[in-house]
Design a protein around this ligand. Structure first.
Ligand code: ATP
Length: 555
């Protein structure tokens, strides 16, 4: 029931019109408690939509619980139902190897979709405004994305009705109705790209180009229209048209469509190589992320089918070989996961997932998967009489080095380099404090030692194993040394160059490098947390440090 003591809300036309279509409809309003989503909630309620308020507490800030309670109280005051959920997003990010912003977004949309299904909502409405749209276009530009379409006004059931609404109109609306909102300090923290753009970059640009926000959101609209037209051409492309007569913009979309429909992701550099070869009628071979080989020859694109391994060991009694079934689970050292999530993380194309051989035990738990390298359940290697995972063992050495660094009051990061035969040829740990030199990172020490051991600076068939996602300096050094494979433990949202802050490999480099994230990630992350706690508070921190050490064998 609506609160009768609440004054009637008057909504200006610019804000009300985009919401007219929801009159009488059940919709889920995503309300953070910030100005934009509070205004959306008020305006939707005034538009006589049947609103269900949805709020996710990401548990990333001490005040987040208070925000949730505030949103619940506002919903109660308006007489509309509210669904609240709390998810430890930081733990999800660590487990899945995602950066924090990414994890927060993925978890949020997942939870919102579930809430919409449970309440029969026809749409999930977010309060993104023209300002958010302008920032998104700038982010796409800075990341070097091929099209600057911004956020779509609709994607599936997610609707963004206010993408053309200016922030000033919205705040004026809230003030006119004496409605308060919650301020989130992290919105001003320049460590986050969006907040940095909002607080540091946009003010400078807007001082010179006052209409920038409008211009950028118009650009997004035009680019969306252009992209739709070119994509339609690409879809309708006749396979017999000589490729050198097809405009590159259409060809690029066509190649992307073909790869996407095979469930494959590509970097811009890969796409350029394939498109150029198609257009020129030349031949090129590439290995895409996820290990799929693709060849362009004679103006055609050929995808080699995924090849999966069969078990090359005696299958233990009671285990059965089959293909994945929905709901399959695997007990990994860091916890039990859905097999489908593991296959997603390993970038197995959707179309090929039903072909992956798996071994399940008598209880139906997956013990082994035929990926390269294979994924084993915790303890399964021992049951099958297989040697320990060499990467797990190498990470153990790197963790020991990281602990040595911690004991020497250094940031606890350790690294080893495995030579082409898998033996350790280089070791390193952080020594920046000892030398008063910020280039003395663990990886650089390990690379240097490996080059000395092998007698060559080129470490082409070598693997760098490091406890923390490398920073740009160390990743650059590894690429200069032509390292073929990087394995890391914990994600590094503050300085990581493999997706933590930026994904350096998204650009086209001359070297080919594969990356395995998340090996013994929990131990590496705990060690870092324990050391920082020890530095801040020597008494309680010491206990945590011991905890971190005791965790070593659990991976
Ligand atoms: N914790 C949350 N729970 C529910 N919905 C959220 C949450 N955080 C963000 N959203 C939705 O996503 C939109 C965009 O998120 P963003 O982080 O830009 O918003 P915000 O700055 O936290 O809040 P607002 O946009 O309400 O001022 C919000 O307008 C809101 O609709």
């Amino acid at each position: 029931m609506s609160n009768p003591s609440r004054p009637t809300v008057r909504v200006p036309t610019a804000l009300a019109r985009p919401l007219d279509v929801y009159r009488g409809q059940t919709v889920v309003a995503a309300v953070s408690g910030g100005a934009d989503s509070v205004a959306l909630l008020l305006a939707l309620h005034a538009a006589r939509a049947r609103v269900v308020v949805a709020h996710l507490d990401h548990a990333l800030r001490p005040g987040s619980g208070a925000d949730a309670a505030w949103v619940a109280a506002l919903a109660a005051d308006l007489g509309v139902p509210a669904v609240l959920e709390r998810v430890e997003v930081a733990a999800v990010a660590t487990r899945r190897g995602w950066n924090l912003e990414d994890a927060a977004r993925r978890v949020r949309y997942d939870v919102l979709s579930r809430m919409a299904r449970a309440h029969g909502g026809v749409a999930i409405l977010t309060a993104h405004t023209r300002r958010d749209q302008a920032e998104t276009v700038l982010i796409q530009l800075l990341r070097g994305e091929a099209v600057l379409t911004g956020m779509p006004a609709r994607r599936g059931s997610v609707h963004r009705p206010w993408l053309d609404v200016g922030r000033a109109d919205l705040e004026a609306f809230l003030h006119a109705n004496a409605q308060s909102w919650r301020e989130d300090d992290s919105n001003a923290d320049p460590a986050y790209t969006r907040a940095w753009l909002r607080t540091q970059v946009m003010p400078i640009l807007t001082a010179r180009y006052p209409g920038l926000e409008v211009v950028l959101s118009r650009l997004a609209r035009y680019q969306t229209q252009d992209d739709a037209a070119l994509t339609a051409h690409a879809t309708a492309l006749n396979p017999h048209v000589p490729r050198d007569r097809v405009p590159l913009a259409v060809l690029r979309r066509r190649v992307r469509q073909e790869l996407r429909s095979a469930g494959l992701d590509v970097h811009a550099g890969h796409l350029d190589t394939l498109v150029d070869a198609l257009h020129a009628g030349s031949t090129t071979h590439l290995t895409l992320p996820g290990g799929r080989d693709v060849t362009v020859t004679g103006g055609d694109l050929h995808l080699k089918p995924s090849v999966f391994d069969s078990p090359a060991f005696a299958v233990p009694d009671g285990w059965t070989l089959r293909t994945p079934e929905s709901g399959d689970q695997i007990g990994l050292p860091a916890g039990t996961r859905l097999l489908s999530d593991v296959l997603t993380d390993r970038k197995v194309p959707r179309a090929d997932r039903s072909l992956v051989p798996v071994l399940v035990d008598g209880a139906g738990q997956v013990q082994w998967t035929g990926l390269t390298p294979a994924v084993w359940a915790a303890g399964a290697r021992e049951v099958a009489g297989q040697p320990a995972d060499p990467l797990h063992a190498a990470m153990g050495e790197a963790l020991t080095l990281a602990r040595d660094a911690a004991a020497a009051q250094e940031v606890p990061v350790g690294a080893v380099v495995l030579g082409p035969d898998g033996a350790v040829v280089g070791r390193g740990r952080n020594r920046s404090r000892e030398h008063g030199d910020m280039t003395r990172h663990a990886e650089l020490d390990a690379l240097r030692e490996a080059a000395a051991t092998l007698g060559t600076p080129y470490l082409t068939a070598c693997t760098l194993v490091v406890t923390l996602e490398p920073c740009p300096m160390c990743l650059g050094a590894a690429m200069e040394a032509r390292i073929g494979h990087i394995v890391y433990g914990a994600a590094n949202p503050k300085a990581g160059a493999l997706g933590g802050v930026t994904d350096v490999l998204a650009h086209h480099w001359g070297t080919r490098l594969t990356v395995t994230p998340g090996v013994r990630a929990r131990e590496a992350a705990r060690l870092l947390r324990g050391t920082f706690a020890a530095l801040r508070n020597p008494r309680t921190g010491a206990a945590r440090q011991e905890l971190a050490e005791g965790d070593e064998g659990s991976g």
